[in-house]
Design a protein around this ligand. Sequence first.
Ligand code: PEP
Length: 252
Amino acid sequence: MGRTFFVGGNWKCNSTKASIASLCSTWKESGAGVAGPPVDVVIAPPSVYAVAAAEQLPSGYQVSLQNTWTGKGGAFTGELSAEMAKDCGINWVILGHSERRHIPTIAESDETVATKVAYALGAGLSVIACIGETLEEREAGNTNAVNERQLAAIAAKVSDWTNVVIAYEPVWAIGTGKVATPDQAQEVHAALRVWLAANVSPAVAESVRILYGGSVSGKNCNELAGKEDVDGFLVGGASLKPEFTAIVDSHK
Ligand code: PEP
């Protein structure tokens, strides 16, 4: 069975009520994602805007949080639980984004990310689990080792991968305008499938969607989407722009 193309948009800590209304209306007019082969589109607004954005996005687009807590809600000031997301009709969460791993005041460890992934899945959310190496790690020849270490932490806590989408996001490509070449992305995605086949199962390796993220734009998406193991994208900057619809349609 083929893997349905997937395009995620991560708005990070950007947007206003006015910018969301304007963007959603432009996207609706474009008709992207409507005709042709199916595509899953999942948008992650800042949480305070998530419910309002859900009401304005083109029909069929789903909404995600950008983070959830490691467990059930309670005395955790400032956090959001997976149960709250579900209660608000939000079925997705992005976890392990490199900004949450590498910004020093956040500094989520592999273990924390894995705990969050397992908890969110158990609470009924689907998860976009992000992994990726820094430039220093790539230049030291450790790309696969780093990605496999981050994935292994998740695999140690997750047994059912049905609701997991993996986003390979090289840190050096995020928000930098330096996009991985289609061959670089394909090479890592293929290696991840080999790792999954050996360490999880051949069925999961075949069925799990692996997205590429890092400076994807309306200009470079078609070539990347043409690669066998690139099942879609997680998009930051371009998901705040009209050109996002070209990325949604890049698999056609
Ligand atoms: C991201 O934040 O997940 C991302 C890929 O950002 P950008 O597309 O801006 O590089």
